[in-house]
Design a protein around this ligand. Sequence first.
Ligand code: SF4
Ligand code: SF4
Length: 417
Amino acid sequence: MAAATPSAMTNRHTPAFGLASGLITEVHAFWLAGMSCDGCSIAAVGARQPSVEQLVSGSIPGLPPVVLHHPVLATDAGEAFIAPYRRARAGTLGAPYVVIYEGSVADERIAAFHGGYWSAMGADIDAAGGHKPIPTAQWLHDLAPGAAAVIAIGTCATWGGVPAAAGNVTGSMGVMDFLGKDYLSALGLPVINVPGCSPVGDNFTETVATVLMFLAGVGPLPAFDELGRPAWMFKKNVHQGCVRGGSYEEGLFAKAYGGTECLVELGCWGPVVQCNIVSRGAIGHAGGCMNTGGICIGCTMPGFPDAFAPFYKAPPGAMVSAYSSRTVGSFIRPLRRITQRRRNLTEHWSRERSVPSGWGHVAPPNVFERAANYFYRKLQHAGSEFRPNSPRQQQLQADGHQFIGDAKRRIEKESAP
Ligand code: SF4
Ligand code: SF4
């Protein structure tokens, strides 16, 4: 999927840079949670590059501090917590703001029909003087038009995710579905999507930081793909960055969990899933599905979870690709081991056919390996002036012998009685 470049985006919707540099002293971030397990919040607070603490303290040069309004992290409660949301809704906040939505957006009409709500935050006073909970879907509806940007965090908010899977009784959907194709923020941005169940926290905070740079006028709008994903994070598939990719290429496939081989036959969808968790790590460059022995179940993708079910069953495409890798690998693998074994020997050990290691016996190359290496080296050095026995090599060797001979003679002369 081609990335929508900043210039393409800016031509359509936005100025090249956001608000004028220096005019913004703070940006409010209104966090809303819909049909959510709070995993995205946990992922976000675990982020390190940058951390939420860096964002809210304004310690990143060029970035305005973020005033975070989060229902779980807030120290204010009740009306004191809700008041800034109300001011933003009324257009009296006096500062730019972004909306961050976690969890899918339920169809509150269904709940209202039965006299309830799916997810709500704060309350208005109804006609009878009672408290009427405000659904977070309503907050999203009211706050989105005035927001500098709307960021959906996690697969539920981006595409619908688990609450929108088959049997979706709540009418759950992603933010993009809820706001519609024509939605643009106050700065002309469509919904920004950072998927993952849960997402990589750093993917989210980095996206926020780059959008803030844009808003502050110190950076261009980052590149997003056609689905509003940060293109630099979601362009490659899992397989392209996987620590087990070499095993796949050599046709080494795990039959059970716990080894280091490729997991495709245990149900890994990495070759077709766009996600960077293996190279980035889950938190602080540590963890991440295949790094810790797990398969990819496609949790960043719009089709998740139904399109990847049943989990832990090899994808049909794996039969073809695994078969060809196994066939090629059975030929390539032994050849690579021969080449590797030779490169675990010094020139001296190779000549002597003996390795002076006290750690274990290293078998010398057999006749077949020596023959294979002979031809391999011929090919390796073909066309190079450093090939064995080339005039240049012979000259270097002669110079070396001369140097050593001179030194030995001098030592003998000086040590003679
Ligand atoms: S474990 Fe999955 S992502 Fe990794 S090499 Fe195998 S198929 Fe590719
Ligand atoms: S590797 Fe697959 S399962 Fe793991 S986070 Fe990425 S998309 Fe989700």
